[in-house]
Write a protein that binds this ligand. Structure first.
Ligand SMILES: Cc1cc2nc3c(=O)[nH]c(=O)nc-3n(C[C@H](O)[C@H](O)[C@H](O)COP(=O)(O)OP(=O)(O)OC[C@H]3O[C@@H](n4cnc5c(N)ncnc54)[C@H](O)[C@@H]3O)c2cc1C
Length: 400
């Protein structure tokens, strides 16, 4: 039996690797010609590092230049507040690795390419489903050579939060609303800048600063739909709050030449009520777009992929038909972590981000070091690092 996956993001790439590794014929379609995408999620959390380790890829991953963040600090006008520390997490990966997403995807697809049952088609955009006898039997895609069809026993939509295949299957996500959008940009980093990755909050403004060694990757939060207002204020409307939030970057903000140097993320938070149809399954952002709060979108996508492979590789390899009830088991398994994570994201959005953007959040009331409170330390580390119901690779490799 065969599987076709639309979307070479974290969910699709990891699922394709796991299925190919289990001996299943799998075709992965990616609409772009490469995995290069700036300002996409670059956070690989301990749960995903464990999956890479279980796949024997931890050493290869370690060779990719990356930066490790062992905790998270909020920088307020009243001083620094330590929010979380991941150092004592069980499993040996007590940090978040910041690695360009394309390096992660290249690692995963290169590992998949060592299996003869893996087929990758780049520049291949899936645009419709093939339906027969009330079930999905594959997909239609277009590439530089024109229109094509791929028939498969299982079709997976891993084509992200604007999923075409989800829409073609008639599945509509429920919008859970987010109060903010995010403006991403970068500024050079100097040797004597601070070392850590942190969250800066002050007087109606919020920003995340990620240390990428040679540069700062900066995420400036704006009220939902506020990008047009920002642009109308000219580039100074962005430079000025950045220089005010981080005065030591003041001499560099002129290097944001204009809005062509920034990338705006329209934050989406949603999920499907039903993730499947006969012969068809949505995973990752196609099933549930995550808010950037906690930076866990990639990790949920990867966990969906691992759970899907654990459940589906056996039937796919044996040739047994896959009833829709099996696809529903996958939804039931992954819905719980999705619900809990989205609930926590909404809590932070409503209790911290929304008030902070309207000058109603006062961090001076928080303890200076939340990691000194053992129960908070344990819970935040586990929640951010491992997530709810971390998945483990259970499907053996054809090589073992
Ligand atoms: C600007 C930005 C910043 C983010 N920051 C973080 C972060 O720091 N940490 C984090 O964990 N998450 C972050 N996220 C979220 C994270 O990127 C997603 O949750 C995660 O990538 C979801 O993985 P996925 O594989 O489900 O979907 P995606 O990563 O969206 O991958 C979908 C893939 O499908 C391809 N595709 C789309 N349509 C088709 C089609 N019709 N045919 C074929 N291919 C198609 C796309 O090109 C893409 O490669 C961020 C998202 C954005 C947009």
């Amino acid at each position: 039996m065969s599987c076709v996956i639309a979307g070479g993001g974290p969910a699709g790439a990891v699922l394709a690797l796991l299925l190919a590794r289990a001996g299943v014929e799998v075709t992965l379609l990616e609409k772009h010609g490469d995995f290069l995408r700036d300002f996409r999620g670059d956070t690989i959390h301990p749960s995903t590092l464990q999956v890479l380790d279980e796949l024997g890829l931890a050493a290869e991953f370690e060779k990719i230049p990356h930066r490790k963040a062992y905790g998270l600090t909020m920088v307020s006008d009243a001083g620094d507040i330590r929010l979380a520390s991941l150092r004592d997490l069980p499993g040996g990966f007590g940090y978040i690795a910041f690695v360009p997403q394309w390096d992660f995807l290249t690692l995963v697809t290169s590992a998949a390419a060592t299996y003869p049952t893996f087929h990758l088609k780049m520049n291949a955009e899936a645009h419709d489903l093939i339906r027969e006898d009330g079930a999905v039997r594959g997909l239609r895609y277009r590439d530089g050579d024109g229109e094509h069809e791929i028939r498969a026993d299982l079709t997976i939509a891993a084509d992200g939060r604007h999923s075409t295949l989800r829409q073609r299957a008639g599945l509509v996500p429920q919008d859970l609303r987010a109060p903010m959008d995010v403006v991403w940009f970068r500024l050079p980093r100097q040797a004597d800048d601070r070392e850590d990755t942190f969250l800066r909050i002050s007087d109606g403004h919020m920003m995340v600063a990620i240390n990428r060694e040679t540069y700062w990757q900066l995420a400036y939060l704006i009220p939902k739909g506020g990008f047009d207002v920002l642009v109308r204020g000219g580039i100074e409307a962005l430079r000025e709050p950045v220089a005010r939030l981080l005065p030591w970057l003041g001499d560099r903000v002129g290097q944001i030449r204009g809005y062509e140097d920034v990338s705006v993320l329209t934050v989406a938070l949603n999920r499907l009520r039903r993730w499947h149809r006969p012969g068809f399954l949505c995973i990752g952002d196609a099933a549930h777009a995550m808010s950037p709060v906690f930076g866990v979108g990639i990790n949920l996508a990867v966990q969906d992929a691992v759970a899907a492979a654990n459940l589906l590789a056996g039937p796919l390899r044996s040739g047994a038909p896959i009833p829709e009830s099996t696809l529903h088991r996958l939804q039931r398994r992954r819905l719980f972590p999705t619900l809990v994570t989205q609930a926590a994201q909404r809590l932070v959005q409503n209790r911290v981000i929304r008030p902070a953007l309207s000058r109603r959040f006062n961090p001076s009331r928080l303890p200076r070091d939340l990691t000194r409170i053992p129960v908070i330390k344990r819970l935040t580390a586990r929640f951010i690092g491992l997530g709810i119901r971390p998945e483990h690779v259970e499907v053996p490799s054809v090589r073992s």
